[in-house]
Design a protein around this ligand. Sequence first.
Ligand SMILES: [Zn+2]
Length: 344
Amino acid sequence: MSFKTISCQNRIIELFQNAIIKNRLAHAYIFVGQEGIGKTLFSKELAKAIFCQNSRGDACDTCSYCQRISKDNFSDLFLILPEKNSRVIKIEQLKHLQDILNVKPLESKYKIVIIQSADKMNEEASNCLLKTLEEPPSYAIIMLIVTSLESVKETIRSRCQIMRFSPLSVIAVKEILINSFQLDSRQAERLAYLSNGSIERAMLLSHTNAIEKRNWFIDKVLRLEIDDNLAFSKELFNEWHIQDLDTLEEKRSYIKELILLFLLYYRDLLVCKLDNSELPIYYIERRDDLLCKSISLSEDALFSIVKVIKASLEYLDYNANIALLVENMITKILQIQFGNRMNV
Ligand SMILES: [Zn+2]
């Protein structure tokens, strides 16, 4: 693999190829962009291009460095990510990073550290990282991978070069789904349209395709009444067996699927409302019901509901009380849907 395998990020690739050739790499970068568009994959390919023994701005994939990096077995490259069952990078991990960087590189002239989910650091860990960024050793290159810049301290941001990653194109997502996940062409195309440029989202959607769950959900959501908010939220938790899951992490991932089902339902209503035959309908088998339902809702209301759902998806990672988050989301949706007539 080399930069050739990275889709839709040509501008960033070109920038780094120049920097490698001209020896003008910065000490710290922030890679920002939505989940599932290949930022981590890119950072590993970049590290390979930097370390490669034959590098002319890209990895050769044949030298021993390239091969060992591909097997995650290279002594000057480190990956830091939240530990299993934890959502955050801990201070201990950042202290370990300082120890790593205090020792000169063993095999090459750089030491590269990739920090995944770097927007999920607590105050203590952020301060520790800041110290490292204030006086990085000459050989250090630190890559922070984040989904949003807002949750990165300004003092950290100002010490990094910020690279914004674009969502993947529909064609790119489709090809990746076919080639790397062995989906058939028709399913890949449909999921690619609905994925918003994210492989992660496309894969989540392929799970939510479980027919019974989909049918159960659409039957219920079509018949929601004004005061169903609390009951429906409880029913969803029961139907998805959320209480039986062991970790908060697992629960979050199930809830994410659930929220996506809401998003797709209201998006479908919007597509029906706008009468846009170009866009695919997710719950296609219920097209008539959707068309009928969309008549009773205004375009503005549907846009507002979609906004509420997207905000809930964003808060999910930062919110410990996921039951309340879902309850609030449904309450807000129904308030908009039924025009603020509910007493809550
Ligand atoms: Zn190489």
